[in-house]
Design a protein around this ligand. Structure first.
Ligand code: HEM
Length: 228
């Protein structure tokens, strides 16, 4: 308890919490993308995978609770650190900032808030069925029993150009968020030494781009009629 208090009361501790929670959320985003890309392997692959996740509560619930805790820790520490940084930021005599940050760095809080709004929208869409209520009613036969047809849910969802546009814009902002966030998590952990600086920055940008392309490939392929 005392150690937890020490972690959250120090700025360094909060940086570690934000970095580690961010790293784990980043791994989730990659895993989730790889899972979803099975749509390109066909209906049976994707539905069997989605059914496996849903039918394995000992995997599903710890993952759901873990994700929720990570997201809360990441958001709370990010907001605390943003407030601290704003207070401590050095200004020139005329009140302007005296150092230049990249566009992704300047937009990190904004892009993070958009990603948060996206997650709420995404859960309302695919998990709670509030955007297209019929989406949760699609079923398909699997090993002699009806299971949720996640493949059809995705195809019907992304056939709507407005829904696809929302996803594409949000994936752009997720990519922007990761291109700075992944690099700065290494900084917070003290691993971004001069020897690795360029490699880490490149890794952050390339992985963000791969996530953008991988996630966008799904709505784009559906809109183009390549997946139906
Ligand atoms: C085009 C990109 C994406 C597609 C096609 C997609 C697809 C899906 C689908 C189909 C589900 C519901 C699974 C089911 O009920 O069987 C789901 C759940 C979820 N997605 Fe995504 N997703 C995408 C991007 C993302 C991103 C970028 C994030 C996070 C930043 C994310 C976070 C989640 C979460 C947290 C859940 C809830 C999992 C649960 O039910 O516990 N997704 N996604």
């Amino acid at each position: 308890m005392k150690t937890l208090k020490l972690i959250f009361l120090s700025s360094l501790g909060r940086k570690y919490v934000m970095a580690i929670s961010g790293a784990l959320l980043f791994l989730f985003v990659i895993g989730h993308m790889l899972g979803n890309l099975q749509i390109f392997l066909g209906k049976d692959f994707l539905n069997a995978y989605a059914h496996f996740l849903k039918a394995t509560p000992e995997l599903l619930w710890p993952a759901r609770i873990g994700l929720l805790v990570l997201a809360i820790l990441h958001i709370v520490t990010a907001v605390q650190l943003a407030i601290e940084n704003r207070r401590a930021r050095p200004l020139a005599y005329d009140g302007t900032k005296i150092y230049a940050a990249s566009f992704a760095a300047q937009a990190i809080l904004f892009s993070g808030l958009v990603v948060l709004a996206f997650i709420v929208y995404h859960l309302l869409h695919f998990t709670f069925g509030k955007i297209q209520p019929e989406a949760l009613t699609y079923t398909v036969m699997y090993k002699g029993e009806p299971i949720h047809d996640v493949y059809k849910m995705m195809v019907m969802g992304f056939s709507n150009p407005w829904i696809s546009a929302i996803y594409l814009i949000c994936m752009g902002l997720l990519c922007l968020h990761l291109s700075h966030g992944v690099s700065s998590l290494f900084q917070s952990l003290g691993w971004k030494t001069n020897a690795y600086r360029n490699a880490i920055d490149k890794f952050a940008k390339i992985s963000a781009l791969i996530i953008f392309l991988g996630n966008c490939a799904i709505p784009v392929a559906i809109l183009l009629g390549l997946v139906k």
